[in-house]
Design a binder for this molecule. Structure first.
Ligand code: DGJ
Length: 726
């Protein structure tokens, strides 16, 4: 529920368990008052007195305006007027830079949630939105701050829409989407860092004075840093402590920061990275800043996780896929790399179909003259030397096995060695006169050009129109460098990367309109674009090129901090693992891939027979537990990233009638025979059965469940837990 208390001059946004409160000071400034556990009343403006003690004189005494602004907990801080902390907005006019000063103007509370033009965002019924209008009359600039809440979920969705109400262009150098002042407590912040094949490792640090940030300027959300930050009270655990988290519904450059000021207050914000960004906003135009999902939990990270999971399942992922059965797929990438022909693909499909696998995905290498990664991106025509008889014939043959067919594209790219580049060298992102730097022998297509967007769309769509293709893996394998477009005006070059992201959204949106049945899986050299923006279009995202089961424990743990297991692309691959050389049991690889979309990535005709013989029962197990994995509450019980020896997690169905518990012994320890793990999320007074033995739920949750430690490293066990009907 959202209200405006006229007397107190406060806005109060209540979710089931949280309250978010803002006020208006001096009838001018919109300030943040409170965010946290749900409050019953609205007598809350007094909370500002702490700052006002110092300021009550000052704020009517403009002889000390900066001291006033630099202390005020601004809801949407601006730059250049006296608040010297980080701002949310910086604007320049054609005659130079101007400070921005936004005064409160008006508000509206609406039932529903307006769309953010061109951008993915959460959707659904039973939602309320508060729109607060702020104005700078000198710049003729309006900012509409939006706050939406869905019934039954604790997240607050934030965004800002900027309007140029004047008759001259404005240049937006910085537009963040959300900001919150977190007061004075001792906090820590959690961020996710990584690299190719080592995505999203959890990092936790103390919030010291000054500015601490994560960001991407690579044009994608990136392997290196993730559009997520959680500020937590000192020592917060999975079950205890305050957690304030933000996650960005955007797939391009981002920044998130926590800044501890001279007075100890902490400003926490997120938005498009201003580095390299400048958007020309013409007279009468609007700019929509992407959505930030903001979550507060008063009881640790588990509750934060369940709020994100529920929100994304109910309000971000396409309804047609979120809880529906996804085909168990086999992808040929690690099985063959570029070395395949139609026979090899068909043989893999044929063998896979015998073991219950339901879809064959043909990865990179089927088009142009692509026999390695040096050529042909952009030449999206079938290589009939490789696929003799053409694509349709292969797809029909695979379909005749009772299997679906999926295909790989990397639509945003161009190889300098390609027909397309010969014809249109200026279609690559480049700076005139400079040789553009290649990554993986390729350049980025300039999607700020309409003709390039159309070319890309037709290239992909015409292949999909040729045959019964039901799945697309949409890959993106390099960051942006040499950023320039030969088409855009000089004062629009700072728009290129945001325009690119918008174009990717447009392309994927159009594709799903023309091919509504399509299962789209986004991918970016593994998981470099694993973010809520992509999730809006594709109900699953390839999580990492590292398919080693043990490495995946860490990657999947941190990915599951916000994202439901049903979206985490996870495959069983062959051993020794191609990325780290580790040998793990096939059973372990299967169990760990089940905490994701579950599939295979190997040449099934070549793996050891005893492994192949396990596939049918793995597929069956996955299908049995799939509804639970897709819709249940996920709990982290132990993390081998912290304890170095074992990992443990649990998934409990919403009705608490069943659960699965996964225990992975990463490194065996001598003379440690068994271990007690405390289960979570069961119905307190109920009884449950595990492996034929009955237990009281409170005993399992407080005393624990005893697991006999297996013999050897890399051993996994999956336990099914079933409620006994009373
Ligand atoms: C990177 C992806 O992450 C891999 O799964 C594979 O599709 C390759 N690209 C193909 O080039």
């Amino acid at each position: 529920m959202i209200i405006f208390d006229e007397k107190e001059k406060i806005f109060k946004i209540d979710t089931e368990n949280t309250s978010y409160v803002m006020g208006v000071i001096d009838e001018k400034y919109l300030v943040h008052i409170y965010y946290g556990k749900k409050l019953s009343g609205t007598h809350l403006a007094y909370l500002l007195d702490m700052d006002k003690e110092e300021l009550s004189e000052i704020h009517i005494n403009y002889g000390e305006k900066s001291s006033f602004l630099d202390r005020l907990p601004m809801e949407y801080p601006t730059s250049g007027m006296g608040d010297f902390r980080q701002s949310c907005i910086e604007v320049a006019q054609d005659i130079g830079k101007y400070g921005v000063e936004l005064y409160y103007d008006s508000y509206e509370i609406i039932d529903g949630k307006p769309e953010l033009e061109g951008l993915p965002s959460t959707f659904g019924d039973d939602v309320q939105t508060l729109c607060i209008n702020l104005k700078d009359d000198i710049l003729k600039l309006e900012v509409e701050l939006r706050y939406s809440v869905f019934a039954g979920n604790d997240a607050v969705m934030r965004s800002a829409v900027i309007s140029n109400c004047g008759d001259k262009p404005l240049y937006l150098d910085k537009v963040l989407s959300a900001c919150v002042e977190l007061g004075y407590g001792q906090n820590e912040y959690i961020t996710l860092h990584g690299s190719w094949a080592r995505e999203r490792r959890i990092d936790r640090q103390r919030v010291g004075f000054g500015y601490h940030s994560v960001e991407s300027s690579r044009g994608i959300s990136s392997h290196q840093e993730h559009p997520f930050m959680a500020v937590v009270s000192e020592g917060a655990t999975q079950e205890t402590g305050d957690v304030y988290a933000m996650n960005f519904v955007y797939s391009g450059n981002f920044v998130s920061f926590i800044e501890k000021s001279q007075f100890g207050s902490q400003r926490f914000a997120m938005g498009i990275n201003p580095r390299g960004f400048c958007w020309k906003l013409g007279a009468g135009e609007k700019f929509a800043a992407p959505e930030v999902v903001m979550v507060y939990s008063d009881s640790g990270l588990d509750k934060m996780t369940s709020t994100f999971h529920d929100l994304y399942r109910e309000h971000l992922i396409r309804k047609s896929w979120v809880y529906s059965k996804r085909p168990v797929l086999i992808n040929n990438w690690e099985g063959t790399y570029f070395d395949f022909d139609e026979k090899k693909i068909f043989d893999i499909a044929k063998e896979a179909s015998k073991h219950g696998i339901e879809m064959l995905v043909m990865d990179d290498g089927w088009f142009g003259k692509r026999n390695d990664d040096r050529t042909s991106l952009g030449d999206w025509f079938v290589n009939e030397e490789k696929l003799k008889g053409g694509l349709k014939k292969l797809v029909d043959n695979v379909n005749s096995l009772g299997m679906k067919f999926g295909i790989w594209f990397e639509p945003e790219m161009i190889s300098p060695e390609s027909e397309l580049y010969k014809k249109h060298p200026d279609w690559a992102v480049h700076i005139e006169g400079r040789e553009p730097g290649q990554v993986r022998n390729q350049l980025v297509l300039d999607l700020s050009r309409r003709e390039v967007i159309e070319y890309v769309y037709e290239s992909v769509a015409s292949i999909l129109r040729q045959a019964n293709i039901e799945y697309v893996k949409w890959d993106m394998n390099r960051p942006f460098t040499d950023i320039g477009s030969s088409e855009l005006d000089a004062d629009r070059q700072g728009e290129i990367m945001h325009r690119h992201t918008l174009a990717v959204y447009e392309l994927q949106g159009r594709l799903l309109k023309e091919f509504p049945y399509l299962l789209l899986e986004n991918c970016s050299s593994g998981g470099a674009r694993f973010d809520p923006g992509m999730l809006y279009f594709s109900p699953q995202i390839w999580c990492s090129d590292d398919t080693d089961a043990i490495e995946r424990l860490a990657i999947q743990e941190s990915t599951a901090l916000m994202y439901p297991l049903s979206v985490i692309g996870a495959h069983v691959s062959d051993c020794p693992n191609h990325t780290v050389g580790r040998v793990t049991p096939f059973k372990t690889r299967g169990i760990i891939a089940m905490a994701g979309t579950f599939g295979y990535e190997l040449d099934v005709t070549k793996i050891p027979e005893e492994d192949r013989d396990m596939i049918a029962s793995q597929v069956e197990t996955y299908k049995k537990y799939c509804p639970l994995i897709q819709s249940g509450d996920y709990y982290r019980i132990a993390s081998y990233q912290n304890n170095h020896y074992f990992d443990c997690y649990e998934i409990v169905s919403k009705d608490k009638k069943e659960a699965i518990l996964v225990f992975v012994q990463v490194i065996a320890q001598p003379n440690m025979h068994s271990i007690r793990v405390k289960l979570k999320g069961l119905e307190n007074e109920a009884k449950y059965k595990i492996n034929g033995t009955e237990y009281d739920a409170d005993a399992l949750m407080n005393g624990g469940f005893i697991i006999k430690r297996p013999w050897g490293d890399f051993q996994a066990e999956l336990f099914h837990i079933e409620k006994i009907n009373d």
